[in-house]
Design a protein around this ligand. Structure first.
Ligand code: IDC
Length: 427
Protein backbone atom coordinates (compact mmCIF):
# COMPACT_ATOMS: atom_id res chain seq x y z
CA UNK A 1 0.00 0.00 0.00
CA UNK A 2 2.74 2.35 1.08
CA UNK A 3 4.94 1.32 -1.82
CA UNK A 4 2.12 1.73 -4.25
CA UNK A 5 1.44 5.27 -3.14
CA UNK A 6 5.16 6.10 -3.22
CA UNK A 7 5.33 4.80 -6.77
CA UNK A 8 2.36 6.93 -7.74
CA UNK A 9 3.88 10.05 -6.21
CA UNK A 10 7.22 9.41 -7.88
CA UNK A 11 5.68 8.74 -11.25
CA UNK A 12 3.50 11.80 -11.14
CA UNK A 13 6.36 13.97 -9.93
CA UNK A 14 8.57 12.62 -12.69
CA UNK A 15 5.88 13.28 -15.24
CA UNK A 16 5.49 16.87 -14.01
CA UNK A 17 9.22 17.38 -14.26
CA UNK A 18 9.21 16.11 -17.83
CA UNK A 19 6.31 18.35 -18.73
CA UNK A 20 7.80 21.39 -17.04
CA UNK A 21 11.38 20.96 -18.21
CA UNK A 22 10.84 19.06 -21.37
CA UNK A 23 13.65 16.83 -20.24
CA UNK A 24 13.77 13.95 -17.80
CA UNK A 25 17.51 14.19 -17.40
CA UNK A 26 17.64 17.70 -16.06
CA UNK A 27 19.25 16.78 -12.80
CA UNK A 28 22.79 16.90 -14.04
CA UNK A 29 25.42 17.29 -11.46
CA UNK A 30 29.11 17.12 -11.59
CA UNK A 31 31.81 16.39 -9.16
CA UNK A 32 35.44 17.09 -9.26
CA UNK A 33 37.64 15.73 -6.65
CA UNK A 34 41.35 15.82 -6.56
CA UNK A 35 43.77 14.79 -4.01
CA UNK A 36 47.35 14.27 -3.31
CA UNK A 37 48.22 12.27 -0.31
CA UNK A 38 50.95 10.39 1.31
CA UNK A 39 49.87 6.99 2.40
CA UNK A 40 51.93 5.03 4.85
CA UNK A 41 51.01 1.75 6.35
CA UNK A 42 52.47 0.16 9.40
CA UNK A 43 52.16 -3.24 7.85
CA UNK A 44 55.09 -5.22 6.71
CA UNK A 45 53.69 -5.49 3.28
CA UNK A 46 52.85 -1.90 2.69
CA UNK A 47 55.81 -0.37 4.46
CA UNK A 48 57.50 -0.22 1.11
CA UNK A 49 54.68 1.71 -0.41
CA UNK A 50 54.73 5.27 0.66
CA UNK A 51 53.54 7.03 -2.38
CA UNK A 52 51.83 10.06 -3.64
CA UNK A 53 48.46 9.49 -5.11
CA UNK A 54 46.73 11.97 -7.31
CA UNK A 55 43.40 11.33 -8.76
CA UNK A 56 40.95 13.39 -10.63
CA UNK A 57 37.47 12.39 -11.41
CA UNK A 58 34.99 14.43 -13.27
CA UNK A 59 31.78 13.62 -14.91
CA UNK A 60 28.38 14.68 -15.83
CA UNK A 61 25.73 12.13 -15.38
CA UNK A 62 22.05 11.94 -15.84
CA UNK A 63 19.78 10.53 -13.20
CA UNK A 64 16.76 8.38 -12.89
CA UNK A 65 13.32 9.76 -13.46
CA UNK A 66 12.44 9.68 -9.79
CA UNK A 67 15.45 11.77 -8.90
CA UNK A 68 15.09 14.15 -11.76
CA UNK A 69 11.72 15.10 -10.35
CA UNK A 70 13.57 16.78 -7.52
CA UNK A 71 14.55 20.41 -7.72
CA UNK A 72 18.04 20.61 -9.14
CA UNK A 73 20.96 22.21 -7.42
CA UNK A 74 24.07 21.83 -9.53
CA UNK A 75 27.09 21.64 -7.41
CA UNK A 76 30.78 21.21 -7.57
CA UNK A 77 32.28 19.36 -4.68
CA UNK A 78 35.98 19.71 -4.20
CA UNK A 79 37.53 17.50 -1.63
CA UNK A 80 40.86 16.27 -0.56
CA UNK A 81 40.30 12.62 -1.05
CA UNK A 82 43.11 10.20 -0.79
CA UNK A 83 42.56 6.69 -1.93
CA UNK A 84 42.83 4.68 1.24
CA UNK A 85 45.83 2.71 0.25
CA UNK A 86 47.27 1.74 -3.03
CA UNK A 87 49.36 -1.16 -4.04
CA UNK A 88 52.02 -0.61 -6.59
CA UNK A 89 49.75 -2.11 -9.22
CA UNK A 90 46.98 0.37 -8.59
CA UNK A 91 46.45 3.14 -11.05
CA UNK A 92 47.71 6.42 -9.65
CA UNK A 93 45.42 8.54 -11.65
CA UNK A 94 42.11 7.91 -13.23
CA UNK A 95 39.74 9.74 -15.41
CA UNK A 96 36.56 7.82 -15.54
CA UNK A 97 32.89 8.43 -15.79
CA UNK A 98 31.76 9.15 -12.28
CA UNK A 99 28.20 8.75 -11.24
CA UNK A 100 26.01 11.58 -10.17
CA UNK A 101 26.70 13.21 -6.85
CA UNK A 102 23.38 14.11 -5.45
CA UNK A 103 23.34 17.28 -3.55
CA UNK A 104 19.92 18.02 -4.95
CA UNK A 105 16.97 18.39 -2.65
CA UNK A 106 15.30 15.07 -2.13
CA UNK A 107 12.02 14.18 -3.76
CA UNK A 108 9.18 14.17 -1.25
CA UNK A 109 9.32 10.41 -1.14
CA UNK A 110 12.91 10.40 0.11
CA UNK A 111 11.99 11.31 3.66
CA UNK A 112 10.83 8.06 5.14
CA UNK A 113 8.82 9.18 8.13
CA UNK A 114 6.65 6.12 8.61
CA UNK A 115 8.46 3.41 10.51
CA UNK A 116 8.25 -0.02 8.98
CA UNK A 117 7.05 -2.96 11.07
CA UNK A 118 9.59 -3.86 13.73
CA UNK A 119 9.32 -7.61 13.41
CA UNK A 120 8.42 -8.58 9.89
CA UNK A 121 6.45 -11.75 9.61
CA UNK A 122 7.75 -14.72 7.70
CA UNK A 123 10.91 -16.55 7.03
CA UNK A 124 13.26 -13.59 6.95
CA UNK A 125 16.75 -13.45 8.45
CA UNK A 126 15.62 -11.12 11.21
CA UNK A 127 12.45 -13.08 11.95
CA UNK A 128 14.62 -16.18 12.42
CA UNK A 129 17.64 -14.72 14.19
CA UNK A 130 16.31 -11.60 15.96
CA UNK A 131 18.42 -9.43 18.22
CA UNK A 132 22.11 -10.21 17.86
CA UNK A 133 24.72 -9.93 20.57
CA UNK A 134 28.43 -10.52 21.02
CA UNK A 135 29.67 -13.51 22.99
CA UNK A 136 33.44 -13.58 23.35
CA UNK A 137 34.89 -13.30 19.86
CA UNK A 138 31.62 -14.21 18.17
CA UNK A 139 28.42 -12.69 16.96
CA UNK A 140 25.45 -14.77 18.13
CA UNK A 141 21.75 -14.71 17.34
CA UNK A 142 18.78 -14.57 19.70
CA UNK A 143 19.20 -18.30 20.37
CA UNK A 144 22.85 -17.93 21.29
CA UNK A 145 24.00 -19.63 18.08
CA UNK A 146 27.02 -18.27 16.20
CA UNK A 147 25.70 -16.14 13.41
CA UNK A 148 27.26 -14.64 10.31
CA UNK A 149 26.10 -11.45 8.60
CA UNK A 150 26.96 -11.17 4.92
CA UNK A 151 26.01 -8.90 2.11
CA UNK A 152 26.79 -5.82 0.13
CA UNK A 153 27.98 -2.42 1.21
CA UNK A 154 26.60 0.37 -0.87
CA UNK A 155 29.04 2.78 -2.45
CA UNK A 156 28.59 6.31 -1.07
CA UNK A 157 24.83 6.69 -0.74
CA UNK A 158 24.89 10.31 -1.89
CA UNK A 159 26.90 9.25 -4.89
CA UNK A 160 24.86 6.21 -5.94
CA UNK A 161 21.44 6.83 -4.38
CA UNK A 162 19.54 4.69 -6.88
CA UNK A 163 20.65 1.49 -5.18
CA UNK A 164 18.81 2.45 -1.99
CA UNK A 165 15.90 0.57 -3.40
CA UNK A 166 13.49 -2.03 -2.06
CA UNK A 167 13.77 -4.27 -5.14
CA UNK A 168 17.57 -4.12 -5.04
CA UNK A 169 17.69 -5.22 -1.42
CA UNK A 170 15.05 -7.88 -2.03
CA UNK A 171 17.00 -9.31 -4.95
CA UNK A 172 20.15 -9.40 -2.84
CA UNK A 173 18.25 -11.19 -0.08
CA UNK A 174 16.35 -13.69 -2.23
CA UNK A 175 18.69 -14.37 -5.15
CA UNK A 176 22.08 -13.72 -3.58
CA UNK A 177 21.35 -15.23 -0.16
CA UNK A 178 22.47 -12.16 1.78
CA UNK A 179 21.05 -11.08 5.11
CA UNK A 180 22.57 -7.64 5.64
CA UNK A 181 23.12 -4.39 3.82
CA UNK A 182 25.61 -1.66 4.75
CA UNK A 183 24.70 1.95 4.09
CA UNK A 184 27.95 3.86 3.51
CA UNK A 185 27.46 7.53 4.29
CA UNK A 186 30.64 9.43 3.48
CA UNK A 187 31.36 12.20 5.95
CA UNK A 188 33.94 14.10 3.91
CA UNK A 189 33.81 13.28 0.23
CA UNK A 190 31.45 12.56 -2.61
CA UNK A 191 28.61 14.71 -1.32
CA UNK A 192 29.91 14.31 2.23
CA UNK A 193 27.52 14.67 5.14
CA UNK A 194 29.92 16.99 6.99
CA UNK A 195 31.32 18.82 3.97
CA UNK A 196 28.35 20.51 2.41
CA UNK A 197 26.15 17.56 1.50
CA UNK A 198 22.42 18.09 1.97
CA UNK A 199 21.98 16.54 5.40
CA UNK A 200 18.21 16.04 5.19
CA UNK A 201 18.51 14.39 1.81
CA UNK A 202 21.34 12.10 2.92
CA UNK A 203 19.54 11.17 6.13
CA UNK A 204 16.45 10.51 4.02
CA UNK A 205 18.48 7.96 2.05
CA UNK A 206 19.68 6.31 5.27
CA UNK A 207 16.12 6.19 6.59
CA UNK A 208 14.81 4.71 3.36
CA UNK A 209 17.59 2.13 3.41
CA UNK A 210 16.83 1.17 7.01
CA UNK A 211 13.11 0.97 6.26
CA UNK A 212 13.58 -1.24 3.20
CA UNK A 213 15.91 -3.55 5.10
CA UNK A 214 13.47 -3.70 8.00
CA UNK A 215 10.54 -4.49 5.73
CA UNK A 216 12.61 -7.29 4.22
CA UNK A 217 13.75 -8.63 7.59
CA UNK A 218 17.39 -7.89 6.79
CA UNK A 219 20.03 -6.51 9.11
CA UNK A 220 21.33 -3.07 8.20
CA UNK A 221 24.55 -1.27 9.08
CA UNK A 222 24.50 2.52 9.35
CA UNK A 223 28.08 3.40 8.43
CA UNK A 224 29.64 6.77 9.34
CA UNK A 225 32.10 6.55 6.49
CA UNK A 226 35.13 8.56 7.53
CA UNK A 227 38.03 8.47 5.08
CA UNK A 228 39.90 11.63 4.09
CA UNK A 229 38.92 13.14 7.45
CA UNK A 230 41.32 10.53 8.93
CA UNK A 231 40.43 10.75 12.60
CA UNK A 232 36.87 10.32 13.83
CA UNK A 233 37.50 13.31 16.09
CA UNK A 234 37.35 15.61 13.03
CA UNK A 235 33.55 15.52 12.92
CA UNK A 236 32.87 14.09 16.38
CA UNK A 237 30.14 16.56 17.30
CA UNK A 238 28.27 15.87 14.07
CA UNK A 239 28.64 12.16 14.72
CA UNK A 240 27.18 12.48 18.21
CA UNK A 241 24.16 14.33 16.80
CA UNK A 242 23.73 11.86 13.96
CA UNK A 243 23.92 8.72 16.08
CA UNK A 244 21.70 10.24 18.75
CA UNK A 245 19.03 10.86 16.13
CA UNK A 246 19.40 7.48 14.43
CA UNK A 247 19.55 5.38 17.57
CA UNK A 248 16.49 7.08 19.05
CA UNK A 249 14.60 6.70 15.78
CA UNK A 250 15.52 3.00 15.64
CA UNK A 251 15.48 2.29 19.35
CA UNK A 252 13.11 -0.64 18.92
CA UNK A 253 14.59 -2.10 15.75
CA UNK A 254 16.90 -4.93 16.60
CA UNK A 255 18.09 -5.24 13.01
CA UNK A 256 19.96 -1.92 13.00
CA UNK A 257 23.72 -1.95 13.59
CA UNK A 258 25.82 1.19 14.04
CA UNK A 259 29.29 1.47 12.52
CA UNK A 260 30.67 4.57 14.16
CA UNK A 261 33.80 5.16 12.04
CA UNK A 262 34.63 3.40 8.82
CA UNK A 263 38.40 3.71 8.54
CA UNK A 264 40.58 5.80 10.81
CA UNK A 265 43.86 6.45 8.99
CA UNK A 266 46.79 8.89 9.00
CA UNK A 267 46.49 10.83 12.24
CA UNK A 268 43.52 8.69 13.35
CA UNK A 269 45.14 6.73 16.19
CA UNK A 270 43.57 4.11 18.44
CA UNK A 271 43.72 6.72 21.19
CA UNK A 272 41.55 9.00 19.03
CA UNK A 273 39.15 6.18 18.26
CA UNK A 274 38.88 5.32 21.95
CA UNK A 275 38.15 8.94 22.92
CA UNK A 276 35.55 9.15 20.14
CA UNK A 277 33.93 5.81 20.97
CA UNK A 278 33.71 6.77 24.62
CA UNK A 279 31.53 9.70 23.63
CA UNK A 280 29.49 8.20 20.80
CA UNK A 281 28.71 4.73 22.17
CA UNK A 282 27.05 5.98 25.39
CA UNK A 283 24.78 8.16 23.25
CA UNK A 284 23.75 5.12 21.20
CA UNK A 285 23.40 2.98 24.34
CA UNK A 286 21.13 5.56 26.00
CA UNK A 287 18.62 5.16 23.15
CA UNK A 288 19.22 1.66 21.94
CA UNK A 289 20.87 -0.29 24.76
CA UNK A 290 21.30 -3.64 23.02
CA UNK A 291 22.41 -2.67 19.54
CA UNK A 292 25.60 -4.00 18.00
CA UNK A 293 28.22 -1.30 17.45
CA UNK A 294 31.10 -1.69 14.98
CA UNK A 295 34.28 0.28 15.61
CA UNK A 296 36.88 1.01 12.94
CA UNK A 297 40.56 0.55 13.72
CA UNK A 298 43.64 2.56 12.63
CA UNK A 299 45.36 2.18 9.25
CA UNK A 300 42.12 1.85 7.29
CA UNK A 301 40.71 -0.67 9.72
CA UNK A 302 43.65 -3.04 9.67
CA UNK A 303 45.07 -2.51 13.17
CA UNK A 304 42.68 -4.71 15.12
CA UNK A 305 45.67 -5.77 17.25
CA UNK A 306 45.60 -2.31 18.81
CA UNK A 307 42.01 -2.92 19.84
CA UNK A 308 43.06 -6.26 21.30
CA UNK A 309 45.74 -4.54 23.39
CA UNK A 310 43.35 -1.91 24.62
CA UNK A 311 39.71 -2.89 24.08
CA UNK A 312 36.78 -0.58 24.70
CA UNK A 313 34.75 -1.02 27.85
CA UNK A 314 31.38 -1.74 26.25
CA UNK A 315 29.41 -4.89 25.56
CA UNK A 316 28.18 -5.83 22.09
CA UNK A 317 30.99 -4.04 20.32
CA UNK A 318 32.89 -5.56 17.39
CA UNK A 319 36.06 -4.27 15.77
CA UNK A 320 36.30 -3.72 12.03
CA UNK A 321 38.85 -5.42 9.86
CA UNK A 322 38.93 -4.40 6.19
CA UNK A 323 40.84 -6.24 3.50
CA UNK A 324 41.42 -5.86 -0.21
CA UNK A 325 42.70 -9.21 -1.34
CA UNK A 326 45.25 -8.05 -3.91
CA UNK A 327 46.91 -5.80 -1.30
CA UNK A 328 46.37 -7.46 2.08
CA UNK A 329 47.56 -11.00 2.32
CA UNK A 330 48.96 -13.48 4.85
CA UNK A 331 50.17 -10.90 7.35
CA UNK A 332 46.67 -9.47 7.79
CA UNK A 333 45.03 -12.89 7.81
CA UNK A 334 47.48 -13.95 10.53
CA UNK A 335 46.60 -10.87 12.53
CA UNK A 336 42.90 -11.62 12.19
CA UNK A 337 43.35 -15.20 13.28
CA UNK A 338 45.52 -14.26 16.27
CA UNK A 339 43.05 -11.62 17.39
CA UNK A 340 40.04 -13.93 17.13
CA UNK A 341 41.86 -16.68 18.96
CA UNK A 342 42.69 -14.16 21.66
CA UNK A 343 38.99 -13.39 22.02
CA UNK A 344 38.58 -10.21 19.97
CA UNK A 345 35.22 -9.90 18.18
CA UNK A 346 36.18 -9.09 14.58
CA UNK A 347 33.75 -7.99 11.89
CA UNK A 348 34.75 -7.56 8.23
CA UNK A 349 32.52 -4.61 7.45
CA UNK A 350 34.24 -3.98 4.11
CA UNK A 351 36.38 -5.97 1.72
CA UNK A 352 37.23 -6.22 -1.95
CA UNK A 353 38.79 -8.88 -4.13
CA UNK A 354 40.92 -6.32 -5.98
CA UNK A 355 43.52 -3.93 -4.54
CA UNK A 356 42.99 -1.29 -1.88
CA UNK A 357 42.35 1.49 -4.36
CA UNK A 358 39.10 -0.32 -5.15
CA UNK A 359 40.48 -1.06 -8.60
CA UNK A 360 43.08 -3.20 -10.33
CA UNK A 361 42.75 -6.86 -11.11
CA UNK A 362 40.70 -9.26 -9.00
CA UNK A 363 43.05 -11.60 -7.18
CA UNK A 364 41.12 -14.83 -7.08
CA UNK A 365 43.78 -16.82 -5.24
CA UNK A 366 44.19 -14.33 -2.39
CA UNK A 367 40.43 -13.83 -2.22
CA UNK A 368 39.91 -17.55 -1.75
CA UNK A 369 42.48 -17.60 1.05
CA UNK A 370 40.41 -14.93 2.75
CA UNK A 371 37.19 -16.83 2.20
CA UNK A 372 38.66 -19.93 3.81
CA UNK A 373 39.47 -17.88 6.91
CA UNK A 374 36.00 -16.32 6.92
CA UNK A 375 34.52 -19.81 6.79
CA UNK A 376 36.79 -21.08 9.55
CA UNK A 377 35.55 -18.49 12.03
CA UNK A 378 32.10 -17.84 10.58
CA UNK A 379 33.13 -14.18 10.35
CA UNK A 380 30.66 -11.62 9.07
CA UNK A 381 31.67 -10.07 5.75
CA UNK A 382 30.37 -7.15 3.73
CA UNK A 383 31.53 -6.56 0.17
CA UNK A 384 32.44 -3.14 -1.26
CA UNK A 385 30.53 -1.99 -3.42
CA UNK A 386 26.98 -2.04 -4.70
CA UNK A 387 27.29 0.22 -7.71
CA UNK A 388 28.09 0.25 -11.41
CA UNK A 389 31.09 2.53 -11.23
CA UNK A 390 33.84 1.72 -13.69
CA UNK A 391 36.12 0.15 -11.08
CA UNK A 392 36.91 -3.44 -10.15
CA UNK A 393 35.23 -3.27 -6.74
CA UNK A 394 31.83 -2.31 -8.16
CA UNK A 395 29.86 -5.50 -8.53
CA UNK A 396 27.77 -4.32 -11.45
CA UNK A 397 29.25 -3.71 -14.90
CA UNK A 398 29.68 -0.07 -15.80
CA UNK A 399 27.28 -0.38 -18.71
CA UNK A 400 24.46 -1.95 -16.72
CA UNK A 401 21.85 0.33 -15.19
CA UNK A 402 19.57 -2.40 -13.81
CA UNK A 403 18.84 -2.04 -10.11
CA UNK A 404 18.06 -5.73 -9.65
CA UNK A 405 17.67 -8.90 -11.71
CA UNK A 406 21.33 -8.93 -12.74
CA UNK A 407 22.47 -11.82 -14.88
CA UNK A 408 26.08 -12.99 -15.27
CA UNK A 409 26.74 -10.54 -18.05
CA UNK A 410 25.57 -7.63 -15.88
CA UNK A 411 28.16 -8.34 -13.21
CA UNK A 412 31.81 -7.43 -12.87
CA UNK A 413 34.37 -10.15 -12.17
CA UNK A 414 34.12 -9.36 -8.47
CA UNK A 415 30.32 -9.42 -8.68
CA UNK A 416 30.36 -12.91 -10.15
CA UNK A 417 32.86 -14.19 -7.61
CA UNK A 418 31.08 -12.73 -4.60
CA UNK A 419 27.65 -13.88 -5.66
CA UNK A 420 29.03 -17.42 -5.63
CA UNK A 421 30.37 -16.93 -2.10
CA UNK A 422 27.05 -15.68 -0.80
CA UNK A 423 25.01 -18.37 -2.47
CA UNK A 424 27.20 -21.06 -0.95
CA UNK A 425 26.52 -19.92 2.63
CA UNK A 426 24.09 -21.59 4.98
CA UNK A 427 22.74 -20.35 8.29
C1 IDC B 1 36.58 4.17 -2.87
C2 IDC B 1 35.62 3.99 -4.02
C3 IDC B 1 35.99 4.93 -5.12
C4 IDC B 1 36.08 6.36 -4.58
C5 IDC B 1 37.02 6.42 -3.38
C6 IDC B 1 37.05 7.77 -2.72
O1 IDC B 1 35.64 2.65 -4.43
O2 IDC B 1 35.03 4.86 -6.15
O3 IDC B 1 36.57 7.21 -5.59
O4 IDC B 1 36.60 5.48 -2.40
O5 IDC B 1 35.79 8.15 -2.29
C7 IDC B 1 38.21 1.90 1.39
C8 IDC B 1 37.15 2.87 1.70
C9 IDC B 1 36.24 3.09 0.51
C10 IDC B 1 37.01 3.09 -0.78
C11 IDC B 1 37.62 1.70 -0.98
C12 IDC B 1 38.40 1.55 -2.28
O6 IDC B 1 36.40 2.54 2.85
O7 IDC B 1 35.55 4.32 0.69
O8 IDC B 1 36.11 3.36 -1.81
N1 IDC B 1 38.47 1.41 0.16
O9 IDC B 1 39.47 2.45 -2.32
N2 IDC B 1 39.08 1.39 2.23
C13 IDC B 1 39.94 0.59 1.57
C14 IDC B 1 39.56 0.58 0.24
Amino acid sequence: MKLKSITQVVLSAALSAVLLCGCANSAETSVTSSATSSVTSSSAQSSSTTKAIASTESATSSKSSAESSAPVISSTVASSTPAPETSSSAPVSSSEPAPAVSSAEPPATQSAETPAPVTPAGDTPFAKHGQLSVNGAYLVDQNGQKFQLRGMSTHGIAWFPDYINFDTFKFLRDEWNTNCIRLAMYTAENGGYCTGGNKDYIKGLVKNGVDYATQLGMYVIVDWHILSDQTPLTYKDEAVRFFDEMSSLYADRGNVIYEICNEPNGSGSWQDVTAYANEVIPVIRKNSPNSIVLVGTPTWSQDIDQALNSPLGFNNVMYSLHFYAATHTDWLRNRMENCIQSGLPVFISEFGTCDASGNGAVDVYQSEQWKALIDKYNTSYMCWNLANKNEASSIISAGCSKLSGWTDGDLSRQGQLIRGWFKGETD
